[in-house]
Structures are given as C-alpha cells and as structure tokens.
Design a protein around this ligand. Structure first.
Ligand code: SAH
Length: 217
C-alpha cells in the first residue's frame, strides 16, 4: 500500500480538522486525540491523499468510501468508547474507523464482506501497531458468534432495518450504533440491550451511507 510518511504539514492539517470537528460539536477528548494521531491520508488512495484532511467522504475503490470525518466522529461519540471494551465493527472499508477505535484503547473486531478490501489490511503496515485490532472477512449480518458477546457494535454501512440478529451478540447494557434505512434516508440509531433481551431505540440525525449488503464478495 502507501508509504508510511506523515509530514509536519499533514499533522498540522489534522489539528485543523480536529478544531473544525470541535466547532461542529464533537467534545469526546479521547476521540479528538485519536483523530489528531491517526494519519487519515494513509487510509486513502495515493491520488487523493492531499485531500485527506478535508471534512469529506472519498472513494477507496470497490465502489466504497472512507466516511466523512464528522460522520465517523458523530458515530464514535454515540458509541462512548471506553479503553478495554470489546467492539464489533461491521464494514471495515478503509479501516480508518477501526484504527480510531483501536487508538482509543478498544479491542476491535471488524468485518468486511469484500475480499479485495480485506486483502489490503494485511499489507497495510500502519495497522500492524494495533495488537488489539482484528480484521475478519465475512458477512457482517452474521456478526462473530464465536467472539461474542460485545460491549458495543458499530455498523458503518446502512442496513434497511434494525439488525436484530446482531443484538443477540451484545452484552446486556451494551449498545449498537447504526445508520438504519433505505438509500439516502438513513437515521442514526442507538439500540441498547435490556436485561430481557429487547433493544431500546434512541433516534439521532440523518445520514447517507452505502448499503449493508448480504453475503460475501
Ligand atoms: N468504516 C469504514 C467505512 C466503510 S464504508 C471506514 O472507516 O472507511 C462501508 C463498508 O461496509 C464497505 O467497505 C462495504 O463493503 C462494507 N459492507 C457492506 N455490507 C457489509 C456486510 N454485510 N458485512 C461486512 N461489511 C459490509
């Protein structure tokens, strides 16, 4: 993949991005610190790296995108990540979100359904520093029953409805953050698992995500 360089200029651009996110209402200090540390440009194709610190989503190949920093920050804020928590992410994509969670001290299990994207992670030397980051190739709708239960689940592609089956892989009192709904009309939901196994729902802002698709590719 890309050479692992991080210039002073790129570090400065990251700090400006952090300031912008703060202005937009992001206050989680460990999250802001992680955004200041993780070199987003390394998660993007070479030709787009000069734009890496713009607050935008960009294509990463295979018709997929690296999410907009604000969106990543918004979801991660709702997740309320604590160091040492076991977190399942659906949709590794560029692996930027997964790296942020690992940088925040979580044990991260992330699933990608596209083999071409998955094969990149092993070649991606920046990720090697995170012993607590584990990448899996598979269908996120199935989760990781052998590793469950999880403290938190983050879905970074949009399922058409609440993915109740993933709820079974949550600990009681744990929660799942997911953009739910049809193309271009998704609502960010936080679904908390109650002692009786039911999921309570909190509804947040609207977002546009790529769809969560069934099966592997
Ligand atoms: N978290 C990513 C954003 C990914 S875009 C990042 O930080 O860059 C959404 C990703 O979800 C895509 O890579 C897509 O291939 C993947 N995806 C869609 N449906 C999936 C499923 N059922 N299981 C696992 N991954 C899925």
């Amino acid at each position: 993949m890309t050479p692992h360089t991080d210039t002073i200029q790129q570090q400065q651009q990251r700090h400006l991005l952090v300031q912008l996110l703060q202005k937009q209402g992001i206050t989680d200090q460990r999250l802001l610190r992680a955004i200041a540390v993780v070199p987003r440009h390394l998660f993007m194709p070479d030709a787009l790296q000069h734009k890496a610190y713009e607050n935008k989503a960009f294509p990463i190949g295979e018709e997929q995108t690296i999410s907009q920093p604000y969106t990543v920050a918004y979801m991660t804020t709702l997740l309320e990540v604590m160091p040492g928590e076991k977190i399942l992410e659906i949709g590794t994509g560029s692996a930027y979100q997964a790296a942020l969670l690992a940088e925040m001290g979580a044990d991260v299990y992330t699933i990608e359904r596209q083999k071409k994207l998955f094969d990149r992670y092993k070649q991606f030397d920046y990720l090697q520093r995170y012993r607590r980051l584990h990448c899996f190739y598979g269908d996120g709708y199935k989760g990781l029953p052998a590793i469950a239960p999880f403290d938190k689940i983050l879905i970074t592609a949009a399922p058409p409805g609440i993915p109740e089956e993933l709820g079974t892989q949550l600990k009681t009192g744990g929660w799942m953050v997911a953009p739910v709904g049809p193309a271009g009309m998704q609502r960010m939901l936080r679904l908390t698992k109650l002692a009786n196994g039911e999921l309570t729902e909190e509804v947040f802002d609207k977002f546009a995500f790529v769809p969560m698709l069934k099966g592997k590719q």
